[in-house]
Design a protein around this ligand. Sequence first.
Ligand SMILES: NC(=O)CC[C@H](N)C(=O)O
Length: 308
Amino acid sequence: MGTELDNSLLEDILAQVRPLIGRGKVADYIPALAEVSPDHLGIAVCTTKGEIFRAGDANTRFSIQSISKVLSLTLALTRYQESEIWQRVGKEPSGQPFNSLVQLELEQGKPRNPFINPGALVVCDMLQTRLTAPKQRMLEVVRQLAGSADLNYDRHVARSEFDHSDRNAAIAYLMKSFGNFDNDVITVLHTYFHYCALRMSCEELARTFVYLANKGHPLGNEQPLIDARQARQINAMMVTSGMYDGAGEFAYRVGMPGKSGVGGGIIAIVPGEMCIAVWSPELDAAGNSLAGIAALELLAQRIGRSIF
Ligand SMILES: NC(=O)CC[C@H](N)C(=O)O
């Protein structure tokens, strides 16, 4: 075991990683994301008992981007048989950038996993089929999980991504050409971009995703969102695919299931114990938060946690 977890430990960790700001690059392929100041740095922890620890900009909301891919998969698991999902999307790491088209063509339009863009687009296509109002439903679920009734989409970010959607549109149309996409591409892109444009703080993220540390049980809720086995399976896929082409490095340095977004957020899970959320907008070459990974690495060392 290591140092006890408290707010001052988190403050200390942020002070240690702050000098890394300036070494990464804020995502600019979605212009609205480039408007965010690179100086933000926040961390929050939510334990399965509901204790919250925080430091820095833990309560500032930002665009969660691909962290939403975990939420869309979770929602799909509540609406579909598992076999229906896994016949359309795989469970293997891609070893490619999150928005790559190459593998998708070679593998007949079946995405490697639900955490790269093609996989998440297929999952959103499935949600579009089964939910009458997929954007509204997601908001209800996330507001409930985070305990924040005023959580919302950042329409400016969603619009900006829609205006620069050629690559994601190409991915969706390619899958449609292989028969792995049922709904209107533009409609599904719209849903997907809104999910990515959810604005949440580290504290809200840590509360929201603690169900993955708690056998599928959201905070303060007797009813599980998904079952314990499914929570374990999502964690396993986060280890292999949650950080794209940086998954190996992240497993090596941090040793926890993690999921990143190009807004600079990362969630990490210590099964049975806690969810940690970090935010620093500058990214490394794989599109993961540079200082965010460093903060998680330090925290894992200081509290002596790893799943390995
Ligand atoms: N890795 C990410 O966060 C990418 C999400 C982003 N909305 C995209 O589709 O490109």
